[in-house]
Design a protein around this ligand. Structure first.
Ligand SMILES: [Zn+2]
Length: 434
């Protein structure tokens, strides 16, 4: 029994698209430009992968789970290169997560076949574990990061595991059509279609360079759109375009919200992310594209529908699992109020979140985290962050961070994607390095 009088109880929030591996770089990149960020991120990732080992990524997942909890995000849809560590961290912390091993043979040294084998092993081992709180997805990185062989293997995976979501990035660069042509398709949607990957179990992230016709095809297929506004408006890497919201709305596509790479812009607040989605869409397309209540639905039931979890979570009603967040709005910061959805999407911050329940278990009570050892998580994150800096030469101070002299990119052997970037310029892939 939880006394929530004077408080607001909402369904647990759902982050519909996030990467986690690199949580511990937070703050290093905050003042970089988009192109600089891309180069340094690639170099840092390869350094971390080759020299820091599992303990670095384990600490990253733990810190991410802690932040998720304290921000009232009870479910995350993650795409990462360390999915097994993620499954364990999510499961042990009591949270709910859909985790996809990111498949991208143009970005990482492992071959397409090796990555597909590892993904199959991940699904067999981790799907539907922790009383169903942890499930798997099939997560090809997108048209820019995957070879034709990889797409073929993804189609085989999907045929073998039809109950899983297909989670991918699409149209996140102006060269998306060119990259899809490399796999023998007319454009990225045609690529998915050819491999039988475009339907109501498909989650498409970004779509910044998609047009009205693409929006219609997405809506007709019943695929879901995962929108992550902050990272693009913060760094503005490449050509400035925005996803075709008016067309997506007109054709009835389900659009939901994700933080994407919160460690690049130093915020883990999903409610703020929704607010940014509204402001930026209003700025681009005219005011009132979404109401406050629309945003709340996008963060809860619409996201649950996208992930195929709406029979379990996303709303407060009998028969569903109890994923709940208790928010304290009984303070002068909020009172007096009349429009509750507006308060929840414009005024509330993580500090107002009092209690978090997942699957009927109280994970945060009266702002105290019950399901994780907060001090241990903090110590491990600090220790691993120091290792990262020692290995890479990044220096930090209260005023920010200083990259090492010269790009450490030069000390890292080029991957196919890096060569492509040099050939076409930085616009080829504006982001997404892991
Ligand atoms: Zn992403």
């Amino acid at each position: 029994m939880i006394d929530a009088s004077g408080k607001v109880v909402i369904p647990g929030l759902i982050d519909a698209h996030r990467h986690t591996d690199f949580t511990l770089v937070q703050g290093l990149f905050s003042e970089l430009g988009g192109g600089e960020l891309l180069e340094e991120a690639l170099a840092l990732y390869h350094t971390a992968e080759s020299t820091l080992g599992d303990s670095f990524f384990e600490a990253a997942w733990q810190l991410a789970c802690l932040r998720q909890l304290t921000h009232g995000v009870t479910t995350v849809n993650a795409m990462d290169f360390t999915p097994a560590l993620g499954a364990e961290a999510i499961g042990e912390s009591g949270l709910r997560g859909v985790i996809g091993p990111e498949l991208a043979d143009f970005l990482t040294p492992a071959s397409a076949d090796d990555q597909l084998t590892a993904a199959r092993r991940f699904i067999e081992t981790h799907h539907d574990t922790y009383e169903g709180r942890v499930t798997a997805s099939i997560a090809p990185g997108g048209e820019a990061g995957c070879s034709r062989r990889l797409w073929e293997g993804v189609a085989e995976l999907r045929a073998d595991y039809p109950e899983l979501r297909l989670h991918t990035h699409l149209y996140d660069s102006a060269e998306a059509d060119t990259m899809a042509a490399g796999s023998g398709a007319d454009d990225p949607l045609d690529l998915l279609d050819r491999y039988g990957l475009l339907d109501e179990r498909t989650l498409l992230t970004h779509l910044l360079h998609a047009d009205r016709d693409d929006a219609r095809r997405i809506a007709d297929a019943g695929a879901h759109v995962l929108h992550c506004p902050t990272v693009y408006s913060y760094f503005q890497a490449g050509e400035r375009t925005w996803f075709p919201l008016p067309a997506l709305q007109r054709f009835g596509a389900n659009v939901v919200i994700g933080l994407d790479d919160p460690f690049w812009f130093d915020s883990w607040d999903l409610v703020q992310e929704a607010k940014h989605a509204r402001l930026l869409s209003n700025f681009e397309y005219g005011a009132q594209r979404w109401s406050s209540y629309d945003l709340l639905r996008m963060l809860t039931i619409d996201a649950a529908r996208a992930l195929g979890l709406d029979d379990r979570v996303g709303s407060v009603e009998p028969g569903k699992r109890a994923d709940l967040v208790v928010i304290d709005v009984d303070t002068p910061r909020h009172q007096p109020y009349s429009n509750l959805p507006s308060v929840l999407t414009n005024t509330v911050t993580a500090g107002d979140i009092e209690t978090v329940v997942v699957d009927g278990e109280v994970l945060v009570e009266d702002r105290a985290v019950e399901s994780m050892d907060v001090e241990r998580v903090r110590e491990a994150a600090t220790r691993q962050r120091e290792r990262l800096q020692a290995h890479t030469g990044w220096e930090t101070s209260l005023g920010g961070s200083t990259p090492p002299d010269g790009s450490i990119l030069r000390r890292v052997s080029a991957r196919p994607l890096l060569r492509a970037m040099k050939q076409y310029g930085r616009g080829v892939v504006t982001r997404h390095t892991w």
